[in-house]
Design a protein around this ligand. Structure first.
Ligand SMILES: [Zn+2]
Length: 100
């Protein structure tokens, strides 16, 4: 889970999850109220995770020779798992650093 860089408290899962959905701008820490930003590195990590998930779906479909409904089920389950896993990959920063 992400940790606040000001008070060193862990963010609850629901807060971290919400933070992922609103990718831009800061979000106040639920413990100390200080604004926290997602670090460029964890943004890049979520982007590569998205790429990895697409690759898993495509290769899974090819290897398992899935029918269209099977592929849809695979895509949805891999997608849901990756969304649920995303908050634990997020790292926080006190400043809004540029992506590059
Ligand atoms: Zn805090």
């Amino acid at each position: 889970m992400p940790v606040c860089q000001t008070c060193n408290q862990k963010w609850p899962y629901s807060k971290a999850f919400k933070r992922i959905m609103w990718f831009n701008g800061g979000m106040e820490c639920p413990h100390c109220g200080k604004k926290q930003y997602v670090t460029p590195n964890s943004r890049k990590r979520s982007a590569s995770l998205t790429g990895l998930v697409s690759a898993i779906i495509i290769f899974g479909a090819l290897i398992l020779d899935l029918s269209l409904p099977g592929m849809a089920i695979l895509a949805v389950s891999v997608f849901v798992v990756s969304i649920l896993a995303l908050p634990s990959a997020v790292r926080l920063s006190n400043e809004d650093k540029p992506l590059w």
